[in-house]
Design a protein around this ligand. Structure first.
Ligand code: NA7
Length: 493
């Protein structure tokens, strides 16, 4: 007999933990949280590279119902996020539900039994009435298949698998990639390596990070009068909302805000880099917001150091002792850091194989049709299933906004299922189609379609050319709809 649960949550990051907290609030205690890594925390467990920190102010990048008055800085370092995740797991009694090293291969809806059969590598199948996948957007590392990479004789490190025992001091290091991760890492590597060469394919927009330590007096104030921290959260969230809604989502109506953000970034670059040719290389030729905006006070300046070299000629191949660019030049290195990001659209949506009613394969269906999920959480033909890292689910710039909207959606949906004494729910095809149409229509106003994003190579765009990650509405709209979506949008039986 397979082990039976009321619910299985895949992923023990902040998304999975939020879902589990909500399930427990609904009285679903018989739940399993399956995590492929050896500990909880998701992104904040996996990533440990030097310089790792949040780029959304910590008062906002945390659960609203579990404020942490002890953030040491406005933008907390990664290790504090990991600690916060551990605190949440303990406080909400989540650990006893968690199973680590549990690599979920897939899940299949059993129509006769009306439950999910979840297959876990090397373990017996388990069954669950409800399945919730919280596998994150950025959880499948992208290792580029550059010719010769496997023949490199030195040390290769992907940023998601940092080797703490490896000493970079005195090395000749190369970094491939200039995304948000590289922006945090490069200034740190520049301090350690004798020579650092950065291979940039696409420059990134960077604005200053208004980061300061939070004095102990303020931490005490947050602790004694939690209302003060709520005000700080409201202010920081409000700023993000204005940036998101005006510069990105309503690009067509208020281009000026977007253009001002780009001008601000260019002025910041001028203040840090005197050399006009270097500045040109570091300046993007696509609109601000096509890619996730990045924040750093020392990224640009790092390229003015004598030991740091920016390489914009494309990579031809990797030799055993260095990187050869398309003009035949070889840069000898002993360490290669891959800050090459994640594979979202081919392998992460969904991160596991999910087979619903009538044998429908979610990943295949998304790829053959369009990526879609009603309110960013549910899909027709997939009963009793919520997919939390989904197309159009990412609302606002803090992932916690998304998580808490989804918890709200769960509250309404599971609450109704319970009230009716029902066994299954499934979103209707009409409701799903209407939601997708509305998101598509809203996106027409955004920088993604109204602006110039062709050269951005942004992971926001999928293989169909659609910017199907961000929910193109205000976060308030996302919350309101999560609280009040028409119950007829689901067939509940
Ligand atoms: P990103 O933002 O996807 O960045 C990956 C970088 O790696 C980007 O600069 C890519 O260049 C570069 N890349 C990837 N493959 C190659 C190859 N084959 N050759 C050269 N360069 C390559 O990932 P990050 O980890 O930096 O950030 C992810 C998110 O984490 C971020 O948005 C925040 O939300 C936190 P490209 O741009 O494709 O030309």
């Amino acid at each position: 007999m397979a082990e039976q649960y009321d619910a299985v949550v895949v992923g023990a990051g902040f998304g999975g933990m939020g879902a589990a907290i909500q399930l427990k609030r609904l009285g679903l205690e018989n739940l399993a949280i399956l995590e492929r890594e050896d500990d909880l925390g998701g992104t904040w467990h996996v990533n440990r590279y030097p310089g790792l920190a949040v780029d959304i102010a910590s008062v906002t990048y945390s659960y609203s119902f579990e404020p942490n008055p002890r953030w040491s800085r406005l933008f907390a370092p990664g290790a504090e996020l990991k600690k916060y995740a551990e605190h949440v797991a303990d406080k909400y009694d989540l650990r006893r539900h968690m199973s680590f090293g549990a690599l979920v291969n897939g899940a299949r809806w059993d129509e006769d039994e009306s439950h999910w059969v979840v297959s876990v590598e090397g373990r017996p199948d388990i069954t669950a009435k409800y399945l919730l996948t919280a596998t994150g957007f950025l959880s499948q590392p992208h290792r580029p298949d550059i010719s010769g990479i496997d023949d490199f004789a030195g040390k290769i490190i992907h940023t998601t698998a940092w080797d703490d025992t490896y000493d970079m001091v005195g090395t000749k290091t190369a970094v491939i990639g200039t995304g948000a991760t590289a922006v945090q890492l490069i200034p740190e590597l520049a301090r350690a390596a004798t020579e650092l060469t950065v291979y940039q394919r696409t420059p990134i927009w960077v604005v200053p990070k208004l980061d300061v330590p939070i004095p102990s007096t303020v931490q005490k104030l947050f602790s004694r009068i939690p209302f003060t921290q709520r005000i700080a959260r409201a202010v920081s969230s409000g700023i993000l909302e204005v940036i998101m809604v005006s510069a990105v989502l309503h690009y067509k109506q208020v281009k000026l805000v977007n253009k001002a953000a780009a001008a601000f970034s260019r002025a910041f670059l001028r203040s840090q880099v005197g050399d006009a040719a270097l500045r040109k290389q570091l300046t993007p030729d696509y609109d601000f917001g096509c890619k996730r905006p990045t924040f750093s006070n020392n990224y640009f300046r790092t390229f003015t150091k004598d030991n740091v070299h920016l390489e914009t000629t494309s990579i031809d191949h990797i030799a055993s002792d260095g990187i050869v660019t398309s003009d035949g030049r070889k840069t000898e290195i002993d360490t290669l850091v891959l800050a090459t990001g994640f594979n979202l659209w081919d392998v992460n949506f969904p991160a596991i194989e999910v087979i619903g009613r009538e044998g429908r394969n979610l990943g295949k269906w998304w790829r053959d049709n369009r990526f879609q999920a009603y309110e960013g959480v549910s899909v027709p033909y997939f009963p009793n299933f919520l997919t939390l890292a989904s197309p159009y689910s990412y609302s606002g710039l803090s992932y916690f906004t998304t998580i808490e909207s989804q918890m709200q959606h769960m509250d309404r949906l599971f609450g109704e299922v319970k009230r009716r004494g029902a066994d299954t729910f499934e979103v209707t095809e009409e409701a799903n189609a209407e939601f997708l149409d509305r998101m598509t229509e809203n996106l027409a106003d955004s920088v993604f379609y109204g602006g110039s994003c062709q050269t951005a190579r942004s992971y926001y765009f999928n293989q169909h050319g659609e910017a199907a990650i961000l929910r193109p509405t205000s976060t308030r709209n996302a919350f309101v709809e999560a609280k009040r979506f028409p119950l007829e949008d689901y067939s509940i039986s």
